[in-house]
Write a protein that binds this ligand. Structure first.
Ligand SMILES: *Cc1c(COP(=O)(O)O)cnc(C)c1O
Length: 412
């Protein structure tokens, strides 16, 4: 069956025909049959250079042979025990070594679970219920963080989804990214805030970079108000380098969430941080967290193999940076949009200057993006189908796939 036909069938059994909303490309999504390196092969017989890379986890490319071998070795030994394994200790020790701020951690199955648990833990530890997030900040699809944008710090949050009780949403406040005054004002007024959760580099409205000194100021302000600082590094962890954004910018959050690359492309979430806080997690403390697939051996095997590879090949980060630089340098002089990149993250915003926060990003010309997206797809390059989803490059993007990407951006 070809993609169009598959989608027709999918709509009869899957809401909207898909398993996650961003995948519902109009008029119908292409269906992938297999993937290798930087290339997706579709059910329609096409080959596409992938700039989405599973929305981030695949830093080392599709079906990376090193990771594949590690997964296969674990498959032979079984893939779920419901007991402790040495693998969870191994991965935990590696993550702890890579992050100065993490003294203890727990592995769950998704980034969503990691941020949900970190928020519950912050509430349990501080005895306060309110949380602050960024306007437009994404931390997975759960009630505390599905908050409508634009509600601002002065009002309580309102749900961004049916089914989120307004009373839950009211516990969540929002501030714009790169705005330390708004944060200071909010925390001075509201003494019931347990934590501020943010992506240190916003990655879910396209990449938005921190102004000089922003993250250091955030650290200072939260500490001064006894508010825990949670860095959601589900994208930036192992993406901006070993140690993520906190290493790059020299900031020590109280809690960190990881996911995506950390599991080498298999489902994972991690939350960790200060020992005195983490010891409150069950069974050592009273904040409950549990999961059938927590620390599952397959994800641990893929995560460990990825970690070993990254440490043995740390130079790959500089090479990834060169690749996105080459895309930037290929833009035509008359390009009216703005190109934002950081290492292997990049996006072309159809907006004259790089956005500094969510509302600015929202001013991008999404119709122009849509035209560009379709043109890229016709040329054999798949970029995430939204102006507000970050593009990802992997180590598997070789000269020929980079050439294809560059030829698309040359005509942006
Ligand atoms: C992807 C993402 C999540 C959610 O992770 P899932 O594994 O999709 O549940 C959370 N936070 C950030 C910053 C993300 O990019």
């Amino acid at each position: 069956m070809k993609s169009e036909e598959l989608f027709t069938t999918a709509k009869t059994c899957l809401p909207g025909g898909v398993s996650s909303p961003v995948r519902a490309i109009k008029p119908y999504p292409f269906y992938v049959k297999s993937a290798s390196g930087a290339v997706l092969k579709t059910e329609d017989g096409e080959s596409l250079v992938d700039c989405c890379m599973g929305y981030g986890p695949l830093l080392l490319g599709h079906a990376n042979p090193v990771i594949q071998k590690a997964i296969e070795a674990q498959l032979d030994a079984g893939w779920l025990y419901g007991t402790p394994t040495k693998f969870e200790i191994d991965l935990a020790q590696r993550i702890i070594r890579d992050h100065d701020s993490i003294e203890m951690l727990r592995c769950v199955s998704t980034g969503l679970e990691a941020t949900l648990a970190a928020i519950r833990l912050a509430r349990g530890f501080t005895g306060k219920c309110g949380i602050v997030k960024l306007e437009g900040g994404f931390h997975g699809a759960h009630d505390a963080v599905l908050i409508a944008a634009g509600s601002g710090a002065t009002t309580h949050g309102t749900p961004d989804s049916l089914g989120v009780p307004p009373s839950f949403a009211a516990q969540t406040r929002q501030v714009p990214y790169n705005d330390t005054e708004a944060l200071e004002e909010l925390l001075s007024k509201d003494k019931e805030i347990a934590a501020f959760i943010l992506e240190p580099v916003m990655g879910n409205v396209g990449p938005i970079l921190p102004d000089d000194g922003y993250l250091a100021a955030v650290r200072e302000i939260t500490a001064a108000h006894d508010v825990l600082l949670i860095f959601d590094e589900v994208i930036t962890g192992y993406r901006l380098g070993i140690g993520g954004a906190q290493k790059k910018y020299g900031i020590k959050p109280d809690l960190t969430t990881l996911g995506k690359i950390t599991g080498g492309g298999l489902p994972i979430g991690v939350f960790g941080g200060r020992r005195d806080i983490m010891e409150l997690i069950s069974p050592s403390g009273g904040v409950y967290n549990a999961g059938t697939f927590n620390g599952n051996p397959l994800s641990m095997a893929a995560g460990i193999a990825t970690n070993v590879y990254l440490h043995e090949n740390e130079g790959l980060y500089a090479k990834l940076d060169e690749k996105t630089r080459a895309i930037e340098e290929s833009l035509p002089a008359k390009a009216s949009g703005s190109f934002v990149r950081l290492g292997s993250l990049f996006k072309y915003f159809f907006r004259s200057t790089a956005p500094g926060n969510y509302l600015e990003a929202k001013q991008s010309d999404t119709a122009a993006f849509r035209v560009f997206f379709e043109k890229a797809l016709k040329s054999g390059v798949f970029i995430p189908p939204s102006q507000f989803e970050t593009n990802f490059i992997s180590t598997a993007h070789d000269a020929s796939s980079m050439e294809k990407i560059i030829s698309v951006y040359q005509h942006v």
